[in-house]
Design a protein around this ligand. Structure first.
Ligand SMILES: [Zn+2]
Length: 94
């Protein structure tokens, strides 16, 4: 890996959930990031710790459709404890 990587608390890769990233230029005036682990480039919005309602609903639906918590975690980019937290709050069950 040639690019310098930086650990960021406020942004997270939507694919693998990694907080390691390298800057990847700008898009529409906003900083773009490149994941230091899987190499995906993304804009920080939607990658913050607090899941948006749409992402959360999608995760809950995945879980109700039989996906495991770790699969939901991978899909949404949020940690397993975070996913468990919103499943519990939403009363989701298999
Ligand atoms: Zn990644």
């Amino acid at each position: 890996m040639v690019r310098p990587r930086a650990y960021r608390h406020d942004v997270r890769c939507p694919d693998c959930g990694s907080n390691w990233m390298a800057k990847a230029g700008h898009s529409k005036g906003r900083q773009r990031y490149k994941c230091g682990d899987c190499g995906r480039t993304y804009l920080p919005e939607g990658a913050y710790h607090r899941p948006g309602p749409a992402l959360r609903e999608a995760g809950v639906r995945m879980y109700q459709d039989g996906s495991s918590v770790s699969a939901v975690s991978r899909h949404t980019g949020y940690s397993v404890p975070a996913v468990l937290g919103w499943l519990k709050k939403g009363g989701a069950r298999h």
